[in-house]
Design a protein around this ligand. Sequence first.
Ligand code: AMP
Ligand code: GLY
Length: 419
Amino acid sequence: MKVLVIGGGGREHAIVWKLSQSKKISKIYCAPGNAGIEELAECVNIKATDIEALVDFAYNEQINFTIVGMDDPLMLGVVDKFEEKGLKIFGPNKKAALIEGSKAFAKELMKKYNIPTANYEVFTDYKAAIEYANNQKLPIVVKADGLALGKGVIICNTYKEAEEAIYEIMENKKFGEAGNKIVIEEFLTGHEVSVLSFCDGDTIIPMVSAQDHKRALDNDKGLNTGGMGTFSPSRIYTKEINDYCMEKIFKPTLKAMKEEGRPFTGILFFGLMITEDGVKVLEYNARFGDPEAQVVLPRLKGDLLEILEACVDKRLHEVKVEWEDNAAVCVILASGGYPLSYKKGYPIKGLDKFKDSKDIIVFHAGTAKKEDEIVTNGGRVLGVTGIAKTLDEAIKIAYKGVEDINFEKMHYRRDIGIK
Ligand code: AMP
Ligand code: GLY
């Protein structure tokens, strides 16, 4: 089979890496890919958001199966467009992807179907939003409704901060159309856990749990990022909690989407907060997490393609998804300055060491090839995943890998996996 993966980050490298072990696949293409993916797949120079060009490519190359890694093409309807042409593709269609594309939709869905989440209100009127915010307990959370590159959530510790956040999103249109509507919600305290799941519209199979580190600096200091490191499994996400989530959150969400006429096929990612008051949903994503995929996929036994095909063919209930009894830790190596401005084009040293390693995988994110060198080409540059029997060993292995890699102004957190 010929398979196409859409995207070019660390998550897509992890997907391509796992697919490269499948006996069913003769060739993998990736659009646009990166310098690491290039070792395993043919990278095609098409942007992940250029839906027409992707459809043409898949049609002309007779691609048998396409997997969407990123959120933007999903919201643009890439799945609908492929299906119109009779092309097989894994991911939610535009209607189902709304569960990530609109926070207001996700919150209303949870309220309607009694899925536990933070209390909230939705606003399209600026004055009403300000008035509501000023009458809530602090801190409060202000969220742009639409996609905002992971920056549309603002935690406000004072009423002045809340007023500013609402102004920036609704009046100043900091995130464009994404800010036409906002969600204002109660601030939750607890521990965040990411649980990704395979879905075929009717059946949902959760994957092993993971935890992300969103802030740029050690001890959860500094600015929010796309994720500075992950580990799997979570130490706090017990079997009991998983059983609870299965009955109260996972299955009800899938059922709710079906009842709303938006059956969800693809990866449904539950961002959960384990609070003293029980588990609550912080957010849904309609795709693999990045860098969650870099610790979850290395733990998956068997052929990823077979599971994804079963989802598209609506026979996931026939599939047994199995996991290694081990642990994985991914440390992100970022460009100095990320998540604000940073320079690109620095040569990366030390990558050759890991080609045959069994317990360290270096996933590329923002990298590019420049003549014979691999250079930095983004904020998050690499993800070094260590795999071992226990989390403590996996932490040591990942950081041992990190020591061997170097580029100018490289920045990483030293406390990944500790919490
Ligand atoms: P989201 O994009 O909704 O996941 O929000 C990004 C991050 O903001 C989450 O991963 C949390 O760390 C934080 N966050 C979002 N909503 C809340 C909330 N209601 N209470 C506390 N933290 C939140
Ligand atoms: N790591 C969080 C996300 O992918 O949204």
